[in-house]
Write a protein that binds this ligand. Sequence first.
Ligand SMILES: C[S@@+](CC[C@H](N)C(=O)[O-])C[C@H]1O[C@@H](n2cnc3c(N)ncnc32)[C@H](O)[C@@H]1O
Length: 182
Amino acid sequence: MKIRDSGMPSETYWESLFDVPLILARFDVSRFRNVAELGCGYGTFSIPVAKAIGGSLYAYDVDPDMVARTRARSAGLPVVCQVRDVAASGFGVKVDAVLLFNILHGENPADLLRQAADALEDHGEALVIHWRYGETPRGPDLSIRPRPEQIIAWAGDAGLRPAGGVLDLPPWHYGLRFSRAT
Ligand SMILES: C[S@@+](CC[C@H](N)C(=O)[O-])C[C@H]1O[C@@H](n2cnc3c(N)ncnc32)[C@H](O)[C@@H]1O
């Protein structure tokens, strides 16, 4: 099932809302080998991450149009795209990082974080970005928009602990890194 409030505006508008190189740099994504993105959308992050890493990028989305777009953009790159409801059925690969970008405002965010935790290699990290809590040009209603401390609490329940502080990802986002609590 598609999580609430996860419809997308036009690709051009969506991609005007992020500084993608800055976000990838602040997460230092090039240190990872294999990475999965849950809810890949247009591939806004999947494609540049695939170019930065040494292994494969696994891109999952429940919306076939989003998967088709990401697949079309990934020609010649080590990207595996799949239509999949990751909240219901996970994704069944082990990776060094899982991206949960703009997706933790759904009905069961802890389930997604648990899927991510289960998929991580021992040294792996779950990387989260979300809209700042406050006025932004887009983003879920504030009544369902998580603040960083809420995501940290859900992550703790899912067996993940913060690996560093809250990252500022201007213009509109913040970021969090988590490792397995083991
Ligand atoms: C707000 S968009 C974010 C896309 C991308 N992560 C980004 O930040 O550019 C959320 C995406 O999650 C997808 N999605 C929603 N529910 C899902 C589910 N249960 N399993 C997989 N993808 C889902 C939507 O189709 C949409 O493409």
